[in-house]
Design a protein around this ligand. Structure first.
Ligand code: SF4
Length: 102
């Protein structure tokens, strides 16, 4: 009985260590700018920017599919704040993106 418990403990420990190592090796870097952009955009999900909601606009900017913040419901000062944030904040690769506002 004690041997079985010890064997299960060792197997659990080895598998746990393997999972921890795999988690480090295969970790995906998340671009934190995306979450921040979602907080800054109005969240109306109106689609007038040409993307399916604010998340689509945010992803297009981060993925360099567009270089223009085309959010008409966004107030001008907020648009400028978003542009300055994106232009000055590097992504996970250490590079910044240059965008402009409508
Ligand atoms: S226009 Fe602005 S508020 Fe409307 S979906 Fe696009 S980003 Fe969101």
């Amino acid at each position: 009985m004690l041997n079985a418990m010890l064997a299960l403990f060792v197997v659990g420990l080895v598998l746990g260590l393997l999972l921890a190592v795999a988690g480090e090796i295969f970790a995906v870097k998340v671009d934190e700018r995306l979450e921040k952009l979602m907080e800054m955009l109005p969240g109306y999900n109106c689609g007038s920017c040409g993307y399916p909601g604010c998340s689509g606009m945010a992803e297009a900017l981060i993925n360099k599919d567009t270089d223009t913040l085309n959010c008409r419901p966004c107030k001008p000062d907020k648009r400028q704040e978003i542009v300055e944030y994106i232009n000055s904040t590097p992504g996970p690769d250490g590079e910044t993106i240059t965008i402009k506002s409508i």
